[in-house]
Design a protein around this ligand. Structure first.
Ligand SMILES: [Zn+2]
Length: 396
């Protein structure tokens, strides 16, 4: 079984010749072929499958089912016997870098702090491990990252060895193995011995670089996001673009962006407060102005584009200033009409008379009590017409 897996014989094999030994369609209707040997790595051990072509037809998924490797194709394969396979090397090498980087980072956490990794995820952009610990300090993260990069920079060989269960005790393994046949050890001398069926470069230097990017607390675990190889450059490029755009917008040097944002937020909050006070002052002034122009004991006014909250504030200010008046306010907002009616403490008329009379005419909804009502509905008339109707309901 192992001999047919060319990625074990030579992990750098990018093209190969093979014979089709079987083909079929899986339960989801996806066609696949099985070859007598293959360089395509199937999804497994936390490493995603390879992609590529078989005789020019795209291989979109590779899975191992009952010891056979199924190559799922997105087209029909016309060849009957000999075929030529080619794997997408960029994708594979990236997986080798991330996957092997994970071995090294995991081993670094074990060596330095005795912290075990419980799961590993190799995503399209980021890679993460879950550490079996409630919390890690930034010093621990920095130390693990530093050790991992030292191992990478020393360019140590990465060896693989097939061993039997009896031979296992000679090796000090990082964790217990789940398999008893075809045991494959991946060895970074004097650093890590681990059972793994994935693909790895022949030396640590080919990982290039490992950078921890962020951590995230999970339930009793810490997820550590990191990147290796080219992905570090992509991350650096993206963060650089974002930081330099922010720096330009703020007219601040890159290492002054945080301070500049803090200053901006402080000033923003203080402006908001000032604006709030100014609005209150303006409303008090407006209330007095409306009271100066009252007609009998009725104060009425209509507006466009004012929120019902503003109408409510204004009405309360008016009746607080003069307890013998009734305030009737209407706002026309796009296709809606909104109104408020309020009475001063020494007025006896119920404001519910107003809402009961006008709400049906607006197909609207509202609420309130004898002293204060508000409501809104469709713009079935002008604001001025509504105001007159409201006034009529309480004139006697
Ligand atoms: Zn591995």
């Amino acid at each position: 079984m192992v001999k047919e897996r060319l990625y074990y014989e030579n992990v750098y094999k990018k093209t190969f010749k093979a014979r089709i030994v079987d083909n079929g369609i899986d339960s989801e209707g996806r066609p696949y072929v099985i070859l007598n040997n293959t360089a395509f790595y199937p999804t497994g051990g936390g490493q995603p499958h390879d992609t590529g072509t078989i005789d020019g037809v795209r291989v979109i998924d590779v899975e191992e089912v009952d010891g056979e490797i199924r190559h799922f194709l997105d087209g029909e394969l016309h060849s009957k016997k000999e075929v030529e396979g080619a794997i997408d090397w960029e994708r594979r090498f990236d997986h080798m870098q991330q996957h092997t980087g994970q071995h090294i980072l995991t081993a670094a956490f074990v060596r330095l702090f005795g912290i075990q990794t419980v799961s590993f995820h190799l995503g399209k952009e980021l890679v993460s491990i879950d550490l079996d610990v409630e919390d890690v300090t930034s010093e621990q993260l920095a130390a693990a990252e530093k050790l991992a990069n030292e191992i990478i920079l020393e360019n140590r060989p990465i060896e693989t060895k097939w061993v039997t269960e009896e031979e296992l005790p000679q090796f000090s393994l990082r964790k217990q193995l789940a398999v008893t046949d075809n045991i494959r050890l991946v060895i970074i001398p004097d650093f890590d011995h681990n059972g793994c069926g994935g693909t790895h470069p022949s030396s640590t230097g080919q990982i290039g670089l490992l950078k921890i990017l962020s951590t995230e607390k999970q339930r009793r675990k810490v997820r550590v996001h990191f990147a290796c190889g080219d992905r570090v450059l992509q991350q650096l490029h993206r963060k650089n673009e974002a930081l330099s755009a922010a720096s330009k917008l703020l007219s601040a040097p890159e290492d002054g962006v945080k301070d500049a944002i803090e200053r901006l937020l402080t000033s923003h909050h203080s402006l908001e407060k000032t604006l709030e006070t100014a609005k209150e002052d303006l409303l008090s002034f407006e209330a007095k102005n409306l009271l100066d122009n009252k007609n009998g004991n009725i104060v009425k006014a209509s507006f466009t584009d004012r929120t019902v909250q503003e109408l409510q504030k204004l009405a309360r200010l008016i009746v607080a200033e003069n307890d013998s008046v009734i305030a009737l306010l209407v706002a026309e907002n796009e296709d809606r009409l909104q109104f408020v009616a309020a009475r001063g403490a020494s007025v006896g008329t119920s404001m519910k008379l107003v809402s009961t009379a006008v709400l049906p005419l607006l197909n609207g909804k509202g609420g309130g009590n004898d002293t204060f009502v508000q409501g809104g509905g469709e713009r079935t008339m002008t604001a001025k017409e509504l105001l007159n109707l409201m006034e009529n309901t309480i004139s006697y």
